[in-house]
Design a protein. Structure first.
Length: 493
């Protein structure tokens, strides 16, 4: 594979036979709109490649914006003996082109740099990585490090699963939620993260569970308990009291997000029950399909009050998620499957949810909580099977129940590869178990990790802190102990 160290793999690469010695001095040229990308590239070339940058240097690196010249977030890159040039239609594309040039200088052979022309663009608009604050701690510094890793890998969304049965990872101001979790970030932290991510062309997508996986909220509001969850845990009962609480949640959450943002509302793996305040004659007015409509309306009312434009995402659930007809083109549903051996199920979901006139959908990919060393096979299948599907918005690479990104980094690294460029690398016919493709991706990842310190294994582990799985410490003196009282909370009576 030519220039196999580039990650994600560019879509079109033309490598000429001519090579040249890497220049020691560079002159980075950029017009005013491109200067933030130019400054970031300059700093990286100095810190990571050991190069010197000067306006008097004989080797120009030109960054240029030409609207309409490339696909959204795409770029063209030319590198030769006397100069380099990156052209893009938008700032994100310019930034991603700079990341590819940086990899060429950092990972390439300094004595034999390639003469190369690259034309590159992402297959999917939303390339998201999900971390589970509802089951494991993530500090603000750790989340910022993850943002930097995402940006290096051309991922553009960080999905924060904020609450679950075990934990609430966000501490609210006027609600008790998260107050019992010593590791919860607060709303000021979230605002800081939103701003920081924006500088790296990453959007923050929060998820607040609005039906199932509700234990850490019911801990503070036991009157909202409705039924057990599908796999244990707790489900909210449906009634006006729930919608009142969700309105309060959204009105605290939305002001720290971008003016145009996405909020994921969960709505999966629950068992239906109404609250005692709902008269028996009106229970049908609070059914699962009506619940989706009421959550949407509650979110949009809060968005109007907070001057935000919000798109609502929700999990498609195991049997599909019936939607009110009025919302079929207003929300984004997300079916999921994390196991490569379930390729038929992934194919069935793409066929079920994909197509002209159907509700927009995200692909729920990544790895399950039991992929202890990480996994990208399901992401590869999702992204390859959904190419060209008209209503697919993108893919979420999920990392469930744990904060152990250093141990499962291949989930993100391999996922980013296929989210950007689904056709590469190709699995060989003889590789019936996927062992060869797994080995190849992990080898490329380790080389990339060694060069880019944000992904350094020791640094990641130090910033992660204690490893936690499903709200419980994994190792050391606290092994088996819960992070917070919500982890083992049960309803009595």
């Amino acid at each position: 594979m030519e220039l196999e160290y580039l990650a994600p793999r560019p879509r079109q690469i033309d490598v000429l036979k001519t090579t040249f010695a890497r220049p020691d001095w560079l002159n980075i040229e950029a017009d005013t709109p491109c200067r933030p990308a130019a400054r970031a590239l300059r700093d990286d070339l100095i810190a990571l490649a050991g190069l010197r940058v000067s306006s008097q240097a004989p080797f120009p690196v030109r960054l240029e914006m030409r609207p309409g010249e490339t696909r959204p977030e795409g770029y063209r890159l030319a590198l030769g003996k006397t100069r380099a040039e990156i052209v893009a239609s938008d700032l994100a594309g310019l930034f991603y082109g700079a990341q590819t040039l940086l990899q060429l200088f950092v990972l390439g052979d300094a004595a034999a740099m390639p003469t190369v022309r690259i034309s590159d663009w992402p297959e999917y608009q939303l390339r998201s990585f999900m971390v589970d604050l509802g089951r494991a701690p993530f500090s603000l510094d750790y989340l910022k490090r993850i943002v930097r890793i995402l940006a290096r890998l051309k991922m553009n969304v960080l999905h924060l699963h904020l609450n679950d049965d075990q934990l609430c990872g966000l501490r609210f101001r006027d609600l008790p939620l998260g107050s019992e979790n010593p590791f919860a970030i607060d709303l000021d932290d979230l605002a800081d993260l939103v701003s920081y991510a924006r500088e790296h062309h990453v959007s923050i997508l929060p998820e607040f569970e609005c039906w199932g996986h509700a234990g850490s909220v019911i801990y503070h509001f036991p009157e909202l308990y409705g039924a057990p969850g599908m796999w244990g845990g707790m489900s909210f009962g449906i009634g006006e009291e729930l919608f009142d609480l969700l309105g309060r949640v959204f009105r605290e959450l939305l002001p720290v997000l971008e003016p145009e943002c996405i909020v994921h509302t969960g709505l999966d793996e629950a068992q239906w029950a109404t609250l005692p305040s709902v008269p028996a004659a009106r229970r049908d007015d609070y059914g699962p399909q009506e619940l989706v409509g009421r959550v949407y309306d509650t979110l949009q009312q809060a968005a109007e009050e907070c001057d935000r434009t919000v798109t609502m995402h929700l999990w498609a659930d195991h049997g599909g998620r019936p939607l009110p007809e009025r919302l079929e083109h207003q929300v984004v549903v997300e079916p999921w499957m994390y196991h490569e051996f379930s390729s038929d199920s992934i194919r069935q979901r793409v066929e079920q949810y994909g197509g002209d006139g159907k509700t927009p959908f995200m692909m729920g990919a990544g790895s399950s909580s039991k992929h202890y060393t990480g996994h990208f096979g399901a992401t590869r299948l999702w992204c390859r099977l959904a190419r060209g599907v008209p209503n697919v918005e993108g893919v979420t690479v999920c990392m469930w129940e744990t904060n152990d990104l250093p141990g499962r980094l291949v989930t993100l690294f391999g996922g980013a590869e296929f989210a950007w460029s689904p056709e590469s690398p190709v699995r060989r016919e003889k590789d019936t178990t996927g062992e060869l493709i797994d080995r190849g991706v992990r080898a490329r990842m380790r080389r990339w990790q060694a060069a880019f310190g944000d992904a350094d294994d020791e640094a990641l582990r130090a910033e992660r802190g204690p490893e936690v799985d499903a709200g419980v410490y994994c190792w050391g003196e606290r092994a088996g102990q819960p992070v917070a009282p919500t982890v083992r909370f049960e309803m009595s009576g």
